[in-house]
Design a protein around this ligand. Structure first.
Ligand code: ADP
Ligand code: MG
Length: 349
């Protein structure tokens, strides 16, 4: 119940390849996010799950059932769109009950289910209003209520927050996640915003150029990026050119600007590679230390909970985040950059 499986699913629009052979497994009761830049095939994947597009090849399973050739009407999925697509002339309660009425559910039952749905999204008592009398965040919650009263096996959400302002986005995404967890829904969530993806997901499938770049938990992706694309896309990263001089199962060594550094594990083959250095792992020292890299502060910004620095170094530009209590270096200062070997990841060039 509620699982979603793709086996080598492809989608072509004439000569445009919207999806290369895609295989994925989404576990029941989890929220899985499709994350990636615009045009990478996220919406296409959702529409294939919903049955709004037919696969060019491959097989699609929902709840273990092969639905590849099943029309949208018979797939037990509901979709929440970016534009909430509420009917402006219907009340909020009528909007939520709409899908149930289409399914010919008795009016009274549909109305009571709609009321329960509104309560679930924190809009109890708003049923008699028109959508225009609600804020954007409330309208999006109505759209979520309308989708979940249908008791879908899978809830699909396509960039559901993009019409909301930044503060509301954060609030509504927490609500969506809480509702999904409370009801144990299987949800497939689409966004191009990595922070949003990290905040709501059990698992993230990062897509690039119509295929999967890497899939995993938010922590997997952040701590074990498989490529420089992922390292850069998931969180902030400094990517420095290094040479891997030794690499085996238990340790590695790299050379950077003539210094040799030992690392606790090998994550890349010998030769040219990129070293992933997270901004909060960059340490700034006033005097040179063994293996430190000299750099000049070119930008410093006090942001309350952190101080952010841009540094110009012989290894390239380095972005650093320090605690507000750390020594307040100023633009023009020379600093000496160090890091802990265990904080370093290596990815292919
Ligand atoms: P995303 O949602 O990640 O931004 P889409 O899944 O909408 O990306 O689109 C993936 C690719 O497929 C894009 O190159 C897009 O132009 C193309 N595409 C999507 N829908 C159609 C269509 N109906 N006809 C032709 N090309 C399409
Ligand atoms: Mg899209």
């Amino acid at each position: 119940k509620g699982s979603v499986r793709f086996e080598n699913v492809t989608k072509r629009y004439d000569d445009v390849v919207a999806l290369k052979p895609l295989t994925l497994d989404i576990q029941p009761g989890t929220l899985c996010t499709l994350l990636g830049p615009s045009g990478c095939g996220k919406t296409t994947t959702l529409r294939l799950i919903a049955g709004l597009e037919a696969a060019s090849a491959g097989k699609i399973f929902i709840g273990g059932e092969d639905v590849t050739h099943l029309s949208a009407t018979y797939r037990r999925v509901s979709m929440v769109f970016q534009s909430y697509a509420l009917f402006p002339h219907m009340t909020v309660a009528e909007n939520v009950a709409y899908g149930l009425n289409v399914k010919r559910m008795p009016r009274a039952e549909a109305a009571s289910r709609a009321e329960a749905g509104l309560e679930l999204v924190g809009l109890k008592g708003f049923g008699d209003r028109l959508p225009s009398e609600l804020s954007g965040g409330q309208q999006q919650r109505v759209a979520v209520a309308r989708a979940i009263v249908l008791e879908p096996e899978v809830l699909l959400l396509d960039e559901p927050l993009s019409n909301l302002d930044a503060k509301l986005r954060r609030h509504v995404r927490e609500e969506i996640r809480q509702i999904q967890q409370r009801l144990g829904l299987t949800a497939v969530y689409v966004t191009h915003d990595q922070e949003e993806a990290m905040a709501v997901s059990d698992r993230i499938i990062v897509m690039k150029n119509a295929e999967i770049a890497q899939a995993g938990t938010p922590r997997d992706l952040y701590e074990r990026p498989a490529s420089s694309f992922i390292a850069d896309f998931i969180g902030d990263a400094n990517l420095l050119d290094v040479e891997v001089t030794q690499s085996d199962a238990s340790s590695a060594a790299i050379r950077l600007l003539g210094h040799d550094y030992d690392l606790p594990r090998a994550t890349a083959a010998r030769g040219a590679a990129k070293m992933v250095l997270r901004p909060h792992h960059v340490r700034l020292n006033a005097s040179p230390l063994s293996g430190s890299i000299p750099a000049e502060v070119t930008y410093a910004a006090y942001l309350g909970n952190s101080i952010q620095f841009t540094l110009s170094s012989p290894a390239g530009e380095i972005f650093a985040i320090a605690a507000p209590t750390d020594r307040p270096f100023a633009v023009g200062d020379t600093v000496h950059v160090t890091w802990q070997p265990e904080d370093i990841r290596l990815v292919a060039n």
